[in-house]
Design a protein around this ligand. Structure first.
Ligand code: FE
Length: 213
């Protein structure tokens, strides 16, 4: 069995959001499907705080990232927990049906939860579309673009996580590769050290969070 074939499934990059207890919460996800004309399904790990909050609020939104969206959004929403930080602090957003949606994206879909399916580590939320809108006509960011162009890795909480991803990095031995311990962003350089003001373009952490491999 070669599980790498699963990486050939196509995905996008989205931020799922909701509001609970007067607090905006959200996380980066890659699994959204349109199930019928007016319903979509999203998959979120049980460990994500956003999962619990969607169950309490019964409403969620997805904001669809484009190739022009700031990649830091992926890190802010993907490699921190809404339990600990306010992810919306430095992010432009607006409320649609009282759910926060991210403006630096292609647009949004706001849904009411009509069904929940628990599958091992993840919850599939089926949402009936209550509102949706486009902000622009940019190209949607695919998960492939995130991996290949932005050199991002799959977080452990993603349904598409495959444990042996590190091996790809070992193949390139000519250059030094620095990996962000927080989000897995890989940076290639001819130099032996990163500059002092280097910041991870995905999660924003400084050079002290990078490890040379
Ligand atoms: Fe990072």
């Amino acid at each position: 069995m070669d599980t790498k074939i699963l990486r050939d499934l196509s995905y996008g990059v989205y931020i799922a959001t909701t509001k609970y207890d007067n607090k905006n919460v959200g996380c980066t996800i890659n699994s959204v499907i349109q199930v019928t004309t007016n319903k979509i399904a999203i998959s979120i790990n049980h460990d994500n705080y956003t999962n619990k909050c969607i169950k309490k609020n019964n409403m969620f939104a997805i904001s669809i990232l484009s190739e022009k969206s700031n990649p830091k959004l992926i890190g802010t929403f993907g490699y921190n927990s809404s339990r600990d930080i306010d992810k919306f602090n430095d992010v432009e957003y607006e409320y649609i049906l009282e759910i926060p949606v991210i403006k630096d994206t292609l647009g949004y879909v706001v849904c009411k939860v009509v069904d929940i399916i628990e599958v091992d580590t993840h919850t599939i939320f089926i949402g009936e579309i209550k509102e949706c809108n486009k902000y622009n006509n940019e190209i949607p960011m695919t998960y492939l673009y995130y991996h290949k162009e932005l050199k991002g890795k799959t977080p452990k909480n993603a349904p598409t996580y495959i444990p042996d991803e590190k091996e790809e990095a070992k193949e390139n031995k000519k250059k030094n590769i620095f990996v962000c311990r927080i989000c897995g962003y890989k940076f290639e350089s001819d130099l032996d050290e990163l500059s002092d003001d280097f910041k991870c373009p995905i999660c924003g952490r400084g050079k002290e969070f990078f490890e040379k491999i």
